[in-house]
Design a binder for this molecule. Structure first.
Ligand code: SRM
Ligand code: SF4
Length: 510
């Protein structure tokens, strides 16, 4: 199976660079790049094709690359965490790692000359960063408490892994799926609370019973972009869990072969569904699958509000607990990562999980080990009972490392939330999401209060500002929030948020 790009496609810059040389080709050239150095190597390889290996040139910090991993279902072992900690540790102050909004890790400060060695270590540790950027399928998300939640319907761990293995050829790289028209997101929900934001993925599986059998209803086309944001829509299909991999493969092939490529702003899956209509899209998927799809189950099983998994929770395995730690805006440093690895081994089974809220879960902690775990000094930084505002705070990378950013996000978000928490008595969690530009990596549209970076004028001068989003609903009856106020200078934001929290979210001045 090879990639087929329609001949009549007029080639934009990205289609051109992909047609000249597939991104995956750089896999065999990494030693050469390491020898040449980032300043001497081919710029297109450096700025674009390296992303097929998860290696991102950062114009904000030239020479210090970002490495985006794949963490299927957001799960890693203590051994893997330690390998990642060793990688960032060697870069001193430049090195850190961020938990991403796709239940994943991004490492920072990486030098190109170290990449071959880092990748050898990844291979030994069963880690991969392959096909994690550009026109590839992003990290596949699954329920963060899969296999340990007493109320779960379907354990998503194996399914997510199988879908990743199909897409990446078991981590070797798969040229069948390295030239998609655009990025592509897949999520598999197995619990009752939709803790993966199914509605904002290009393909989402949500648990549903059909004729007494448990499987998934399928949604397609959800995405955010600067031009357009859409929630996923029903494919009118129900699949048995055994058919998830085949359906993902069929949809990806249809998208790869027919997705719109001329205009990158119109290249996500939803634009193809719009052009064809759902009936034609579904029929093409069936043809690719080689058999008809079953129609959707009449209702899905997403019946709960979304949980954030922070704190101590009994597992379905009697006597065991999972402990959710709050990691402020997802930022980790090497000592934190070593500590998390140690804590997972000493108190749990050595497993570590990540959530789309950029937090960490330590599973398999016996009842008798919970109290000693709570005394660990790391929990002063990564709390099990954080303040009600910081608890649900999510932020994209922002100006510190991202060249698309119109504003600084993570540091500003933390500073502002700390001030608001000290001035207000908060009575319930409020989900506040920051994103540095209209690409919406920080998902402001799923938040109670979403803040999207923009440029404004204040006192006649250019300044950093935000557009304010409200109304995002998650879990049961998820809905996207919308922009309610544009162009608020960041310097003027605090009183506006303060009033919003008092008037709409039950906060009281202290
Ligand atoms: Fe994103 C591009 C960071 C989740 C929509 N995103 C980028 C780049 C790669 C831009 C760049 O090259 O600098 C950012 C890297 C900055 C850096 O140095 O960290 C970036 N995106 C992120 C992360 C790290 C945000 C975070 O702090 O958590 C998330 C990484 C997820 C992962 O592990 O793979 C991240 N990005 C998202 C999401 C949220 C999600 O998937 O739920 C979205 C919206 C959902 C979607 O894609 O439909 C998102 N990112 C974008 C877009 C707009 C896509 C579009 O169709 O136009 C871009 C720009 C692009 O692709 O051209 C983008
Ligand atoms: Fe960068 Fe914009 Fe994404 Fe934030 S939303 S990580 S600023 S591309």
């Amino acid at each position: 199976m090879t990639s087929t790009v329609p001949a009549e496609t007029s080639l934009n810059k990205f289609e051109k660079l992909k047609s000249e040389k597939d991104g995956l080709a750089v896999k065999s050239e990494l030693e050469d790049f390491a020898r040449l150095g980032w300043e001497a190597m081919n710029e297109t390889d450096r700025d674009h094709r390296l992303k097929w290996m998860g290696v991102f040139f950062r114009p904000v910090t030239p020479g210090k690359f970002m490495l985006r991993m794949r963490m299927p279902n957001g799960i890693l072992t203590s051994g893997q965490m330690r390998v990642l900690a060793e990688v960032v540790e060697r870069y001193g102050e430049d090195g850190n790692a961020d938990i991403t909004t796709r239940q994943n890790l991004q490492l920072r400060g990486i030098r190109l000359e170290d990449i071959p060695d880092i990748f050898r270590r990844f291979e030994q540790a069963g880690l991969t960063s392959i096909q994690s950027g550009m026109d590839n399928v992003r990290n596949i998300t699954g329920s963060p408490v899969a296999g340990i939640d007493a109320d779960e319907l379907i354990d998503t761990r194996g399914l997510v892994r199988k879908v990743q293995d199909m897409i990446t050829n078991n981590g070797e790289g798969n040229p069948s799926f390295t030239n998609l028209p655009r990025k592509f997101n897949i999520a598999i929900a197995g619990c009752r609370d939709n803790s993966v934001h199914a509605e904002i993925n290009d393909i989402a599986f949500v648990p549903a019973y059909k004729d007494g059998r448990l499987g998934f209803n399928v949604l397609v086309g959800g995405f955010f972009s600067a031009k357009r944001c859409e929630a996923a829509v029903p494919l009118n299909a129900w699949v048995d869990p055994r058919d998830v991999v085949a359906l993902c493969e069929a949809i990806l092939i249809v998208y790869r072969n027919h997705g719109l490529r001329a205009n990158r702003q119109k290249a996500r899956l939803m634009w193809l569904i719009d052009e064809w209509g759902m009936d034609k899209f579904r029929a093409e998927v069936e043809q690719q699958l080689g058999h008809p799809l079953q129609t959707a189950a009449p209702k899905d099983e997403i019946l709960w509000d979304k949980r954030d998994h922070i704190g101590i929770h009994a597992q379905k395995q009697p006597g065991l607990n999972y402990v959710g730690l709050h990691v402020p805006v997802g930022r980790l440093y090497a000592p934190d990562m070593f500590d998390l690895a140690r804590i997972a081994e000493v108190y749990g089974s050595g497993e570590i999980r990540l959530t789309v809220e950029q937090n960490v879960i330590i599973p398999d902690v016996p009842d008798s080990r919970v109290a000693p775990l709570l005394k660990e000094p790391l929990l002063e930084k990564f709390s099990v009972s954080p303040g009600l505002l910081v608890r649900s705070l999510v932020s994209c990378t922002g100006a510190q490392f991202c060249n698309f950013a119109l504003i600084e996000t993570k540091n500003r978000a933390m500073a502002l939330i700390n001030e608001l928490e000290s001035e207000l008595e908060i009575t319930r969690p409020v989900r506040i999401h920051w994103t540095g530009c209209p690409n919406s990596c920080g998902q402001p549209q799923v938040a109670d209060i979403g803040l999207m970076g923009t440029k404004v004028r204040k006192d006649g001068k250019a300044a950093e500002g935000v557009d304010l989003y409200m109304g995002g609903k998650v879990g049961k009856h998820a809905e996207l929030g919308t922009c309610v106020q544009k162009g608020i200078p960041c310097d003027d934001l605090k009183p506006i948020l303060r009033n919003l929290l008092i008037e709409n979210f039950g906060a009281r001045p202290k």
